[in-house]
Structure formats: C-alpha cells, structure tokens
Ligand binder design. Sequence first.
Ligand code: NAP
Ligand code: HEM
Length: 438
Amino acid sequence: MDDTTLRLRSHKRVSGYPAQDQEAAANPRPHVIAQLGQSLDGRIATTSGESKYINGPHALDHLHALRASVDAVVVGVGTVCADDPLLTVRRIAGVSPARVVIDPSGRVDPNARCFAEDGVRRLVVRRRSVVAPPLPDGVEVVPMDDAPAFDPSAVLQSLVQHGFRRILVEGGPTTLSAFLEADLVDQLHVFVSPVILGAGRIGLSRKACDTLAHALRPKAQVHVFADSCSGAICGRAPAVPVRGTRLRQWRPIPPMNSTSHPEPYAPPARRIHWIMAALVILVIPLGFAMMNMDSGPTQDRLFDLHRSIGFTILCLAVIRVLIRILNPPPAPPEGMPKALWIVANSVHYALYVLIFVMPVLGWLASNAFGSAVSIFGLFTLPNIVAKNDALADLFGDWHARLGFVMTALVIMHAGAGLWHGVILRDGVLSRMWPGLSR
Ligand SMILES: NC(=O)c1ccc[n+]([C@@H]2O[C@H](COP(=O)([O-])OP(=O)(O)OC[C@H]3O[C@@H](n4cnc5c(N)ncnc54)[C@H](OP(=O)(O)O)[C@@H]3O)[C@@H](O)[C@H]2O)c1
Ligand code: HEM
C-alpha cells in the first residue's frame, strides 16, 4: 500500500504536516488537502460504485490522521449518496473536524450518517434558491449563488467565513477534480492499493494536456505502508502534534485479512452502554459495602440508594433492549477469532440477562424480607411478594451469588475492552467509544 503525497499549488517544498500551520499563518487562503484511495489502475470505485474499502487499515489510519489535522472535511453529495460515510476520526486519537457536504440541489438524505449530532459542526453548501427537505437540527446551510456549478474558490471563501482554515477535500472524484482544476489543492494524498479493478470510476480528471510538457508535475513523497509487506516492514510518517494529540508513527501491526475498518455502535447504544456501565460499576461495590457494615441509619440509607440505582438499571435495561432492536450491533470486529467472538458475545448476553435478573431478585428479596422499595425517596414500588423469611433467604442468596458472577463478568468484560483499546489498539474499544484512540 502506497501513499503518494503530492504537493500541488505552487509546488512548494515537500515536508511533513507541521508545515501546514506555518503556511496557514503566512497565507490568508485556507490550506487545502485532498485525498484519493485508488487501485493500481487508477480506479476509485468498481463499475457498481463500490469503493469501501479499496484501501487497507494503514491507509485508513492515515486518512483519519488527515481528518484530525484539519478544521473541516468536504465531500460532494455523490459520496454521501453512495457511501453514507461518517467522516469522523475513529481510528486514531484526535478531534473530528466539521463535516461539509456540497449539495447544490438539496438531494442529500437528511438521515445521512454524517449529519448525526455528535457535537461537531455539520454544514451543507447549497444553492440559495433550493427547496429541499428539512435538515436535522444544528446542520448549517451555506447558501451559494444559483450557478450550475459552484466555483470551488467561492466555496472555500464561504468556508473561511465559517471559521475553517484547513480543509480536507475527501472526495469524490467530481468534487476533488473541480478543486484540482481550480488550482486550489495544496497537497494531495493518493492511497494506491495493490488491486486492479479493470474498469470503474477514475479518481482524478482535469483538462487534457496535449503534451507531457503541459502535464501537472507536483513534487511527490512516497510512504510505503506496512500492510503491503505483511507487517514486517513499516513506512514512517512524521509524528507531529495533531490538535493536542500526536499522530502515531506508522508501525507494524498484525496482518489483517480484511481491509474494512471497525464500524461503531449507534450513538444511542453507546450512550446507554456507558450510562449503564457507570451505574453497574457503582451499584456492585455499594451492594457489597452495605452488606458488610453494621446495621443502622447509614446502612439503611445505602440500602435505599442501592435499590434505587438497581431499579434505574432495570428501567434502562428495558430501554436498552429496545435501542438494540432498533439499532442492531455492528458485525463482529474484523480479524477477531471466531472463538473469542463467541466468548465475548456470551459475556454480553449474560450481562443483558443479569441487568434484568439482578434488580428483580433484589426487589423480590426486599419485599420477602418485609422492606418496601423506595426509589430515591420519590415513590415506593408495589410489593410483588408477601413477607416470607424462607423466600427472603432464597432470593437474597441468589441475588448475592449472581452479584459475584456479575462482578466477575464485568471485570472480564471491562478488562477485555481496555485490553483491546490500550494494548492491542485494534479498534474494538472504539466501536463503543469512537472518540477514543482505538
Ligand atoms: N476512493 C475514494 O477515495 C473515494 C472517495 C470519495 C468517493 N468515492 C466514490 O466516488 C463515487 C461518487 O463520485 P461523485 O463524483 O459522484 O461524488 P462527489 O464528488 O462526492 O459528488 C459529486 C456531486 O457533488 C456536487 N458537487 C461537487 N462539487 C460541486 C461544485 N463545485 N459545484 C456544484 N456541485 C458540486 C454535485 O452534485 P449535483 O449532482 O447534485 O449537482 C456533484 O454531482 C462513489 O462511488 C464513491 O464511492 C471514492
Ligand atoms: C470500563 C468498563 C467497560 C468497558 C471498557 C466496556 C467496553 C465495551 C466494549 C468495547 C463493547 C463493544 C464490544 C464489541 O465490539 O462488540 C462493549 C459492549 C457491551 N458492554 Fe461494555 N464495557 C464496560 C462496562 C460494562 C458494564 C459494567 C456492563 C454491564 C452491564 C457492560 C455491558 C456491555 C454489553 C451488554 C455489551 C454488548 C452490547 C451489544 O452488543 O448490544 N459493559 N463494552
């Protein structure tokens, strides 16, 4: 896998990324980077329009590093329609840039994933006169004059007015070629994948030149990515600060059979996962602590708190299952051995069962013991079983036993998640926490 970095506009010196900051300071024009992932025969998509993912994981890491180094990433509406990309930074540590879609006639699907609300600015560049379906809340419209095609420099000017100085034109070919033809691209990253498609969309096109003397000859720098060499040799890209973090150096990673990158869980699934994780991690030690303390008002208060959090978990468990039905989890992580996935999945299902069973057992045990379940002092749950000492022992014992099982599963599960995120850095943790490095 190759990344050929070409310096265009005025053919400046070839160097690493830090130059962008110096240039941005010295140059009132925004700094424009463009990227293209293509096959050996110059195609960016198959004849059916399939382009995910021509490139391998290292090129994708590099693309995400490019995203993290700019203020805004720009795509044409054709790319959003074809690929529905997220356009976020997920594979490396870094901040996601604003997402800009050039959509002159307002044909973009308002439910496109790049419009998802995640705290990042989202913009649509469209003709002033266009009447289109409403965009999601918070998506800004950048109105342009009613020309058949927008002048890319006018688009850039508007983006500068919106506060963006470093721009990544991510595609597709129509958008990228328009910026190139307008001589607005400072740096072009071409990811060349060792694959031959035979036919399909060509990435770059511009006015034909009759002689080689008229061809564009940007200065070029080539990085060889490790994944074309089975991870034995690595090409190095400069490690430079990227908005408070550091761009990782290319390093050998275990060869992957697949070229796709981890798809994250849907935002509602992620939110409820972390809320419930916090509650579960709080309620378990609370349970053990209150059982091992002397009776008295403090213990009573902790009991009430434990029961209240347990009931909250039960309510959230119902919502969580609904969220899961509406947002099915992503496919198993690429490259994960099947046996490991079965174990991980079994732990997930066991945790799902326990977030229902544990609160219900606690509720039953409390009622059988003769205690009402008061929720944060706001209201009291109806009794679901009459006072009965034998049942109180039975439910209480099982609540405690399963508490140990749940503790073990949570430790295994959280440990595995952190192991993936911190040691293996293979993208599994970022399925649940995309903002995190990997
Ligand atoms: N391999 C890669 O790196 C890569 C990257 C991105 C996309 N792709 C592939 O590229 C294909 C899509 O190509 P594409 O050329 O259709 O996509 P595109 O460049 O994303 O979108 C083109 C459309 O955007 C609008 N547009 C862009 N620049 C404009 C301008 N200056 N003025 C007015 N309108 C402008 C126009 O919309 P209207 O038609 O509404 O006027 C135009 O037809 C897909 O198959 C996708 O998978 C590959
Ligand atoms: C530091 C603590 C935790 C970390 C780092 C963590 C990490 C993760 C990660 C990375 C996934 C996605 C796995 C995948 O790629 O499929 C996941 C899924 C899951 N986690 Fe956690 N987790 C933590 C705590 C918890 C706790 C306390 C619970 C208890 C309820 C929990 C329950 C689940 C469940 C049920 C899933 C599966 C989600 C689904 O497929 O619908 N997690 N967790």
